[in-house]
Design a protein around this ligand. Structure first.
Ligand SMILES: *Cc1c(COP(=O)(O)O)cnc(C)c1O
Length: 472
């Protein structure tokens, strides 16, 4: 045993014992619970300006209807993990192979998040370090591709995501990207056409998954196309990962070489996740060496694309993955789809053009230009927002309208379902939206006038609904 003096006390060390701290008389460090207690009050005292703004955001969320398909609402346990001192730990590398000392605790946290992610998705390998869904995708690209290599992916205006190779983004700059489209009439993925395009273009990476596609995605079919042309397949399930975890949508874990997702869309903390199934150990040639695909992904994560992981987000991911395994979560996913179907049908009954005629998942698109001449996605979004109904405008496949105006709106049901709303509320929401879109006076593609009485009345109804189903 040896004894050393430290600031404020004495530490005794001996083999096999981490440390024993002998408290000096008259000093007492705050306990973990005391240190974190009342954090909002601390913020109010230290920075009133930020406090007022975050308070206003809470009120906005509490008093308006959240129908953005890409948003969700995490639990208070997830929030607690996010706002935790764990955020201060800096390290690089992976569990058991870090570049900094002091990682025995965060190694435990990251391993827990990994084990739970594997269990939730039935995966062989999970990487919980990506800072976002976009980052997860970039890591896969970094792992597989050299500059100039070919990617085949769904175009952004067809429901794809900007990180899948859009010209304005990273992938579009450094790789040769071709994009596939949905069928012009049915707006469904046309697997035969995608296969043909793949045979001609011979991509090294085929990407499937979408931000605005309301129907089941056939991951097995995508894999067959990838195999035929010798491409890797990445399935980006950001929007539907909650449904996949609950078995409400088929899983890509074994069909795709890599499955990526954001973690906030299924209802967790902001962040990303990379999962692998049966191909996790498949060989990948690097120069004259061979590594496994999952080793390649780790190298591409750090040092390839990211620096230090956000350990508080990883702790929050661990909390969230446990929630995903709960009955409450699993049952809710089916309700999210049911609510989306009821809402889509209610719009259909009111005379709206719901693309593909309905939905298999949590969201759907409406062509608002088909509802009223001159109505645009931009006007729909803004006039609904004036009434406390939060949706987003969305380009539709083959949309002729300007990208900043659009002809579409996208609606999703994860948040309203989480807060306890059901069929009756979906029908009420459709009527509220319909009243506003019928009543708004269209000036031009970007300008409108909204009758004050209609706005006030709708706001009141929305507020009453939100008060009955508060943030949960
Ligand atoms: C939202 C989304 C992402 C991006 O996730 P971020 O965490 O916002 O970067 C990636 N892919 C798809 C399909 C998405 O819908």
């Amino acid at each position: 045993m040896f004894v050393e003096e430290q600031a404020g006390g004495t530490v005794k060390r001996s083999a096999g014992q981490v440390y024993e701290f002998i408290e000096p008389v008259g000093h007492k460090a705050p306990s973990h619970a005391a240190y974190h207690r009342g954090l909002p009050d601390v913020l109010e005292q230290c920075d009133e300006q930020v406090y007022r703004l975050v308070e206003a955001e809470y009120d906005r969320l509490q008093n308006t209807l959240q129908l953005i398909a890409a948003e969700n609402q995490c639990s208070r346990a997830v929030l607690a993990a996010l706002g935790h001192i764990v955020q201060n730990k800096t390290t690089e590398g992976f569990v058991g192979r870090r570049f900094h000392g002091g990682c025995e605790v965060v190694d435990g946290l990251e391993q827990l998040a990994i084990d739970r992610a594997n269990e939730v998705f039935g995966a062989q390998y999970a990487n919980v370090q990506p800072h976002s869904g976009t980052s997860a995708n970039q890591i896969v690209l970094t792992a597989l591709l050299d500059s100039g290599d070919r990617i085949l992916s769904l175009a952004m205006d067809q429901g794809g995501h900007v990180s899948h190779g859009a010209q304005v983004a990273f992938a579009g700059k450094f790789f040769e990207v071709e994009q596939y489209r949905v069928d012009r009439e049915s707006f469904l993925l046309d697997y035969e056409a995608i296969a043909e395009q793949a045979r001609r273009f011979r991509p090294k990476l085929l990407i499937c998954g979408a931000s605005a596609y309301a129907r089941i995605i056939d991951f097995e079919r995508f894999r067959a196309i990838a195999d035929e042309v010798g491409a890797y397949l990445m399935a980006d399930i950001s929007h539907i990962s909650s449904l996949i975890a609950a078995g409400v949508h088929p899983s890509p874990i074994d069909a795709a070489h890599f499955t990526t997702t954001s973690t906030y869309k299924p209802g967790g903390p902001r962040g990303g996740l990379i999962l692998m199934g049966r191909d996790a150990q498949a060989p990948f040639a690097v120069g004259n060496k061979t590594v496994s695909l999952c080793e390649r992904i780790e190298k591409a994560t750090f040092p390839g694309f990211q620096g230090t992981p956000y350990l508080n987000n990883i702790a929050a991911k661990a909390v969230f993955f446990r929630e995903m395994l709960s009955d409450e979560y699993q049952v809710r996913q089916a309700k999210i789809v049911e609510n989306a179907q009821v809402l889509a049908e209610a719009f259909d009954d009111l005379g709206y053009d719901v693309l593909t005629g309905g939905t298999d998942n949590h969201m759907f698109l409406i062509n608002v230009a088909h509802f009223r001449d001159g109505l645009t996605g931009l006007i729909a979004q803004h006039c609904l927002e004036d009434c406390g109904i939060i949706i987003n405008m969305n380009r539709l496949p083959y949309d002729t309208q300007n990208a900043r105006v659009t002809s579409g709106m996208r609606l999703g049901t994860p948040i309203v379902t989480r807060n306890g709303m059901g069929q009756a509320q979906m029908e009420q929401i459709a009527r509220l939206v319909d009243n506003v879109l019928r009543g708004v006076e269209i000036v031009d593609a970007k300008h409108y006038c909204l009758n004050e009485a209609l706005q006030t009345k709708t706001r009141q109804c929305v507020r009453a609904l939100c008060t009955r189903f508060p943030l949960h």
